[in-house]
Design a protein around this ligand. Structure first.
Ligand code: NAD
Ligand code: MG
Length: 396
């Protein structure tokens, strides 16, 4: 912390859905938080607006041309004192800078891994939204957190809920704390009860229309296939050291219970709230305190009913594939994640039908050998190979 005890925050992916919600919470508490760095890939106009409001010290964009464009915008706005950097190394530099205390890892997909890992290695307070990073690098990432003494706060709403329902000083040993199971809730997405025979003809617009949450396009498609829940099963395994057979997915269409922990004595602890990511973000930012997040109090009478059902693995093959990849371990989750990213983009681009997303991932997992992964370079090379295998399957 700096002298004023203000938390200096770096937001990786500040123009995304999580990034914007993070800035919304920060804006409510100028006494507690200052913005050290903001990073975006291409949306420089939106970034310039954020710069005018939050005055970061540094910003990072995706390319030299985006940096040039931003320089013009900041010059016009009289904000030329803000340092502009670009490219992947600059992301790692701001995430590990001595000038920041907390890093919100909210870049979407594998692109966010190196910077999230850099923050973990630098011992930052890591607010982890970027689940793909943990799916790809589970043991490496958790080792980095442990050896640097970083604090890891899960921002994914389910994992944040579980974190809140576990004992305060949970040390990754579920049996010693009487934890029987993690109950991971899932809304089931927009196609929970749609006729399976019609699934292949759904459009990207239908698939991104999540019933309860407003999110980026990639995670919205992941929610429609339930790969999102699959990635979250793997995420929960690494965060809480629970084996896959003790992570149970429960469909809960209202998204009011964000997840639960089932204990040996029969107790089940749940965290409830309106589906708004500002709650887990505020919890992560202020932990162990609680601050206003801007989210309305939950009106249970208005909610009326809470329903639950078991997931249908035939309707949602991606969920099965994720459990299998976790069981296989080693490079399998990295292959799962990379081929999913390619398949989702191909679906969004209108190149493949909805049902082909899971088929493509399964083909990639079958095609590629499972190998040991021990360092970032190895993980990134498997990620690249899986992307090229997935792309070649799409072209066929
Ligand atoms: P989004 O698409 O809205 O935003 C993504 C951000 O990442 C943008 O700021 C973009 O500029 C940046 N970005 C994209 N590609 C990049 C690249 N190659 N290099 C550098 N930056 C890049 O995504 P989102 O919905 O905010 O999700 C962000 C992460 O949080 C994802 O991993 C998602 O799974 C996770 N998450 C999101 C939600 C949610 O409610 N949106 C909930 C839980 C977890
Ligand atoms: Mg989630």
């Amino acid at each position: 912390m700096n002298n004023s005890q203000q938390q200096r925050v770096c937001i990786l992916g500040s123009t995304g859905s999580i990034g914007v919600s993070t800035l919304d919470v920060i804006a409510r508490h100028p006494d507690r938080y200052s913005v050290y760095a903001l990073t975006v890939h291409t949306q420089i106009e939106k970034l310039a607006e954020q710069c005018a409001r939050f005055h970061p010290k540094v910003v990072v964009v995706g390319s030299a041309s985006a940096a040039d464009g931003l320089r013009q915008l900041l010059l016009h706005a009289g904000l030329q004192d803000i340092q502009i950097e670009f490219g992947p190394q600059a992301l790692c530099d701001v995430a590990s800078s001595a000038e920041c205390d907390s890093v919100m890892a909210a870049i979407v997909g594998a692109a966010g891994l190196p910077a999230a890992l850099a923050a973990a290695r630098a011992g930052k307070k890591v607010l982890l939204a970027n689940k793909e990073a943990l799916v790809m690098s589970g043991s490496l990432f958790m080792d980095a957190i442990k050896s640097s003494g970083a604090a890891l706060l899960p921002i994914d709403s389910e994992h944040n809920a579980i974190f809140q329902c576990l004992p305060r000083h949970f040390d990754g040993k579920p049996d010693q704390h009487g934890v029987r199971k993690i109950l991971l809730t899932a809304s089931g997405g927009p196609f929970l009860h749609r006729d399976v025979a019609t699934l292949n003809s759904v459009t990207p617009e239908q698939a991104v229309a999540h019933p309860n949450w407003v999110m980026g396009r990639k995670i919205s498609i992941d929610s429609a296939t339930m790969m999102n829940k699959g990635l979250e099963v793997i995420e929960a395994h690494w965060l809480f050291s629970v084996p896959s057979e003790r992570i149970e997915v429960v469909i809960h269409p209202q998204s009011v219970i964000h997840s639960m922990v089932s204990y040996n004595d029969g107790s089940v602890l749940a965290q409830l709230g309106n589906p708004d990511m500002r709650t887990p973000i505020a919890y992560g930012l202020a932990y162990p305190e609680r601050i206003d997040s801007g989210v309305d109090a939950l009106d249970l009478v208005k909610v009326g009913k809470l329903n639950f059902e078991a997931p249908d693995f035939n309707r949602f093959p991606c969920l099965r594939l994720a459990y299998e990849a976790l069981e296989v371990g080693e490079s399998a989750p990295t292959i799962l994640n990379a081929s999913n990213e390619i398949a989702v983009q191909a679906f969004l681009d209108g190149k493949i039908g909805f049902n082909l997303i899971s088929k493509l991932i399964e083909q990639c997992l079958n095609k590629m050998p499972v190998t040991q992964v021990s360092d970032l370079e190895g993980i990134l090379s498997i990620d690249a190979e899986a992307r090229s295998v997935a792309n070649s399957l799409i072209k066929k």
